[in-house]
Design a protein around this ligand. Structure first.
Ligand SMILES: Cc1ncc(COP(=O)(O)O)c(C=O)c1O
Length: 450
């Protein structure tokens, strides 16, 4: 048995061993209940230290794929069960109660359009009577199709971008599968992929999007899915250029990997919307969220692209909530058609663009260069993210530490949601000065606070 397992393990480190065994479990070659060899026996067979195998066992146990039963041995278990997202918790569980909380990655409530008039216009005919109606309101589907960056095979509507990503990942990714993500990326996505028992391959970004050379190298490992944020990448603010999207599509053509694009900023992003789906419509699932543009509590996002995956998502959903409230879809349709709302969203986009550019400019004046041009966040390099976050917290400013966004060890950063800074250019200059001061060596702070 150890020899048969060893044959399935391509990379002899803890992650590679966990992924190899994960694939055997997913494919049924190691059925539920199978007793695994001892740590020592497998370590000997693989010529690695028992600690490496123990670490792999811990990863597999953490996603629920195997179960240690003391002296009886370790056994293959049922599929992974959902659990807590530890990276996301680290971002959202700051000390709290900041005078200025820039840790959240959320839109400025004052820049969200007023939802009241659209709600006031709802009447009886908006109340759905049938469970069998189309889950997407026809008027909304029409608007989505008109504004989609490619002709999608199918469209559905779900409860926000993260719901879309969760549902698509569950439909596409199996234990041990490889998934390419941008490095750094949005922590809940890393938590989700870990829950699914996927092996994550992080590919660096440059100022045009995901690195092409990095992506090509990653594709040699035959990933099942590639997760991209085409605009206002969280945390860096990088937007993919059309040239890069075309090159990414070329690299992906014929690989069978599904592309999941998360346009989480939607209408508040200032970059042009590009999509790999323009070249690979049948291989792409493009997600557009209305959270940041029209309100996070509308809880609406659309998925358009590959029909097989979208049908699988919609069918599975019939066993749960069934559909996203058509009342809220009607509210969104009214807002998307309303001139005043359109102007409010345009104004929000401009305000975020100005705030971000002003903050990046002020940091540059302090000698700190940042990446990207788009969205509400800045990814700020710092000497030590822990002490920088503590120093800022002491001044009433909340920021997110960079580590939860990172796929692998990465120089220290903070993610600062500069889109939340109101008070104009003076306030931005002041906060940028505080962030710049905190970004430097620790002794600067102790000297200053003395
Ligand atoms: C990259 C990314 N994806 C998804 C989401 C979640 O969006 P939604 O509110 O539509 O679920 C966010 C929210 O900030 C995000 O930054």
């Amino acid at each position: 048995m150890p020899a048969a397992l060893a044959a399935a393990i391509e990379t002899r480190n803890a992650q590679g061993i966990a992924a190899g065994i994960g694939r055997l479990i997913s494919s049924g070659q190691l059925p539920v209940g199978t007793r695994l060899p001892t740590v020592r026996a497998l370590a000997q067979e693989l010529d690695v230290s028992p600690t490496t195998v123990s670490e792999a066992w811990r990863t597999l146990a953490a996603v629920g794929a195997i179960e240690p039963r003391g002296r009886n041995g370790t056994f293959v278990r049922q599929v992974p069960t959902p659990g807590a997202g530890h990276r996301y918790r680290r971002v959202t569980e700051g000390p709290g109660h900041f005078a200025l909380d820039l840790s959240s990655g959320t839109p400025d409530p004052a820049l969200l359009p007023d939802v009241g008039p659209a709600i006031a216009r709802l009447d009886r005919h908006h109340l759905t009577s049938s469970y069998l109606d189309n889950p997407v309101l026809p008027e909304l589907e029409e608007i989505l199709r008109d504004t989609w960056p490619f002709a999608p095979e199918a469209i559905t509507v779900v409860d926000g971008a993260m719901d879309a990503i969760d549902r698509i990942a569950h439909a596409v990714v199996r234990l041990g599968d490889r998934v390419v993500v941008e490095h750094p990326t949005f922590p809940p996505v890393l938590d989700l992929l870990e829950q699914l028992g996927a092996e994550v391959i992080g590919v660096d970004l440059d100022d045009e999007g995901i690195s092409l050379a990095g992506l090509k190298a990653a594709l040699e490992q035959k990933p099942t899915m590639v997760f991209l944020q085409p605009r206002a990448q969280n945390p860096t603010g990088i937007s993919m250029t059309a040239k890069r999207a075309r090159a990414v599509a070329r690299a992906l053509a014929g690989t069978g990997a599904v592309v999941l694009e998360d346009d989480h900023s939607g209408d508040i992003a200032s970059g042009d919307l590009v999509s790999v789906g323009a070249w690979l419509p049948a291989q792409t699932l493009h997600v557009r969220s209305f959270s940041k543009s029209h309100g996070p509590d509308l809880r609406l996002a659309a998925i358009g692209g590959n029909a097989e995956v979208i049908d699988a998502v919609a069918t599975r959903r019939l066993l749960g909530p069934g559909w996203s409230s058509r009342i809220l879809q009607s509210v969104l349709v009214a807002m998307l058609k309303d001139t005043k709302t359109i102007k409010q969203v345009d104004a929000a986009r401009r305000a975020y663009g100005e705030r971000r550019a002003a903050f990046a400019g002020a940091l540059r004046d302090h000698g700190i260069e940042t990446l990207g041009t788009d969205g509400i966040n800045l990814w700020v390099p710092v000497d030590d993210e822990r002490s920088a976050a503590i120093e800022l917290a002491a001044q009433g400013i909340g920021v997110a530490p960079g580590t939860p966004f990172s796929v692998r060890p990465h120089p220290d950063h903070l993610r600062v949601t500069v889109g939340l800074i109101t008070g104009g250019i003076d306030a931005i200059g002041t906060v940028a000065g505080q962030v710049a001061a905190a970004s430097g060596p620790e002794q600067t702070w102790s000297t200053r606070t003395r």
